[in-house]
Design a protein around this ligand. Structure first.
Ligand SMILES: NC(=O)c1ccc[n+]([C@@H]2O[C@H](COP(=O)([O-])OP(=O)(O)OC[C@H]3O[C@@H](n4cnc5c(N)ncnc54)[C@H](OP(=O)(O)O)[C@@H]3O)[C@@H](O)[C@H]2O)c1
Length: 229
C-alpha cells in the first residue's frame, strides 16, 4: 500500500485520512501541532507550519503520498480584516505547503508513483460573503496545485479537494447549536454538512494508484454547493 505523510493528521479530515490509510495497510506518518494523538500504528511527529525556522527532518527516504491539511475558517467582513491577517493565513496554508512539498519532492519522485493532495474550499469556486481571507489563500492553493501538477508530471501527481462545511474541530463554532447545524445543512443541495469520512474517502482515492491518471484536478466534495441551485 505504501508510505504516506499526513501534515495536520491529528484532527478533522487529516486524522480520518491517516486512520483510513493505516486501515488500508499503509505505513502512515502524521503530524500534530497543538493536540498530540495516540493512535496505534500511526507515528505522530510534532510540526508547526508557522515555525519557518524549524528544519523538516521527518521525510522518509521514499514517499508515496503526502496530504497537507492545516487550514482556517476566519469568516469576517472584508473591512475588518487587516492585510496582515491575509499574510498570516497565506503563511499557514500556502507557504507551509510549499515548504513541506519542496522537502518531500525527492522522496515523492523516488517512489515512482508519488502524489500530493492539497485542500482548497468551496469559497474559491463560489463567491461567499465574509470568506475573503480563506478564498485568497485557497485560490492560491488551486493555482499552485495545477502549476505543480504540470511541472511534476509524469512522476508525481498533484490534486486538490475543495470541501464545503465539514464537521471537524475547525468548523466547531459554525456547528455548535442544533439550529446552526440545521441551517447549514439546508444550504446544501444534498441537505447535510460533510463528514470527515466524505472527505477522507476522496482524499484516500486521489492519493492511491486507483487515481493514477488523475492530476491537476480540484475536486468539489461539497454536497452540490458549488454547482447546483
Ligand atoms: N472543515 C471545513 O468545514 C472545511 C471547509 C473547507 C475547507 N476545509 C479545509 O480542509 C482542510 C482540513 O480541515 P479540517 O476541518 O480537518 O481542519 P482541523 O479540524 O482544524 O484540523 C487541522 C489539522 O491541521 C493541524 N494544524 C493546525 N494548525 C497547524 C499549524 N500551524 N502547523 C501544523 N499543523 C497545524 C491541526 O493540528 P492540531 O490539532 O494538533 O493543532 C490538525 O491536525 C483545511 O485545509 C481546511 O481549510 C475545511
Amino acid at each position: 500500500m505504501g508510505t504516506y505523510l499526513v501534515i495536520g493528521g491529528s484532527g478533522g479530515i487529516g486524522l480520518a485520512l491517516a486512520k483510513q490509510l493505516y486501515a488500508d495497510g499503509a505505513t502512515v506518518l502524521a503530524t500534530y501541532n497543538k493536540h498530540p494523538v495516540q493512535n496505534e500504528g500511526i507515528e505522530f511527529i510534532h510540526f508547526d507550519a508557522l515555525d519557518m525556522a524549524s528544519p523538516i527532518t521527518f521525510i522518509p527516504d521514499s514517499l508515496d503520498g503526502i496530504a497537507y491539511c492545516p487550514g482556517t475558517i476566519n469568516l469576517k467582513p472584508f473591512e475588518r480584516l487587516k492585510p496582515q491577517d491575509f499574510e498570516d493565513d497565506f503563511r499557514l496554508q500556502v507557504t507551509g505547503a510549499i515548504r513541506v512539498i519542496q522537502s518531500a519532492l525527492p522522496a515523492l519522485k523516488k517512489s515512482g508513483r508519488g502524489s500530493v493532495l492539497l485542500f482548497s474550499s468551496v469559497a474559491v469556486q463560489t463567491g461567499l460573503a465574509y470568506h475573503t481571507q480563506v478564498a485568497a489563500s485557497k485560490g492560491a492553493i488551486e493555482g499552485l496545485c495545477r502549476a505543480m501538477a504540470a511541472e511534476f508530471a509524469p512522476s508525481v501527481r498533484v490534486n486538490c479537494l475543495a470541501p464545503s462545511l465539514t464537521d471537524t474541530p475547525l468548523a466547531a463554532s459554525l456547528l455548535n447549536t442544533d439550529s446552526k447545524r440545521e441551517a447549514n445543512a439546508l444550504r446544501h443541495p444534498l441537505k447535510r454538512i460533510g463528514t470527515t469520512a466524505d472527505l477522507a474517502n476522496m482524499a484516500g482515492f486521489l492519493l492511491s494508484e486507483k487515481a493514477a491518471w488523475i492530476t491537476g484536478q480540484v475536486l468539489h466534495v461539497d454536497g452540490g454547493m458549488s454547482t447546483l441551485k
